[in-house]
Design a binder for this molecule. Structure first.
Ligand SMILES: Nc1ncnc2c1ncn2[C@@H]1O[C@H](COP(=O)(O)OP(=O)(O)OP(=O)(O)O)[C@@H](O)[C@H]1O
Ligand SMILES: [Mg+2]
Length: 264
């Protein structure tokens, strides 16, 4: 086991996304997962049916006790639903893990359409999390909200990545899962330049948690000292195989097979 990842995100009772997807991913890639849970969702493949918030004091306490004892080599953030939670997490990470790379998945809307970030919180997300992140991993709709640009093709993804990079993060991965077409592009912008990752879209409804899974897989790679390019390439391979071998559970957007690296 190598690479400690602290995940700061929401719980998905259905086990396909959020904290549950994150823990499975980090474990399947040989890392160690610890968590600070920001919210509980009553969720299944059909959608988010309820949200129970965790108090900012308790979110901070989880971050403090993990980082001051176990420590972390990378931090991944997911669902941070309000400006207050964003401020709490930003302050706790600065206080207890100022030198640990933070990978921010700027989660806004769940696959079923439920809002996971209040409208008023996007600005706080930009100034307090995105500006200081080592890497951010927006999907297309999130990149559109954050930049105000419309994104309909690879060229627009490049423009959005440049605009996002100018907000301060060390690197930007714009995920192309939401664009149409048989070929699917993810675009990584780092100080070294732009890398375009390409794959063939798998025609399936079992894509619940692809975003959480990809970002956690990248965070694991960063914790294991892979380059951002290497971590992204491995993460995409991991997600593709997890989609390809999805178990087919539920009537909606079904979960992935996070355990495909685990031999029985
Ligand atoms: N049908 C698919 N076939 C192959 N790869 C996919 C498919 N859907 C998504 N991916 C890949 O999964 C990763 C996540 O991308 P996506 O744009 O779906 O993120 P997301 O919208 O944040 O996901 P989520 O809704 O889980 O938050 C990307 O690497 C993307 O290329
Ligand atoms: Mg997402």
């Amino acid at each position: 086991m190598k690479g400690r990842v602290l995940i700061v995100a929401g719980s998905d009772s259905g086990g396909g996304a959020g904290i549950q997807a994150d823990i499975k991913t980090v474990t399947a890639l040989g890392g160690y997962a610890a968590t600070a849970i920001t919210a509980l969702t009553a969720q299944n493949t059909e959608g988010v049916h309820g949200i129970e918030e965790v108090s900012p004091t308790f979110i901070r306490q989880q971050i403090e006790v993990v980082l001051t004892d176990i420590g972390a080599d990378a931090i991944k953030t997911g669902m941070l639903h309000s400006a207050e939670v964003i401020e709490t997490v930003a302050r706790a990470l600065a206080d207890f893990g100022p030198d640990i790379p933070v990978i921010v998945d700027p989660v806004m809307v769940a696959k079923g359409g439920a809002k996971l970030l209040q409208d008023t919180a996007a600005e706080a997300l930009k100034t307090q999390m995105i500006a200081n992140a080592a890497l951010i991993t927006p999907n297309i709709p999130e990149a559109e909200v954050l930049t105000g640009l419309a994104i309909a093709d690879l060229d627009a993804m490049k423009r959005a990545a440049a605009a996002l990079h100018a907000m301060g993060p060390g690197a930007v991965l714009v995920k192309g899962g939401h664009l149409e077409g048989d070929t699917l592009y993810d675009l990584l912008s780092t100080p070294d330049g732009v890398d375009i990752f390409e794959s063939t879209r798998i025609d399936t409804r079992h894509t619940h948690g692809t975003g959480c899974t990809l970002t956690s897989a990248i965070a694991t790679g960063v914790a294991q000292e892979l380059s951002l390019q290497g971590a992204t390439a491995r993460a995409r391979d991991y997600v593709l195989e997890a989609i390809r071998t999805a178990p087919g559970y539920g009537a909606g957007h079904g979960p992935l097979n996070h355990g495909h690296t685990v031999r029985s």
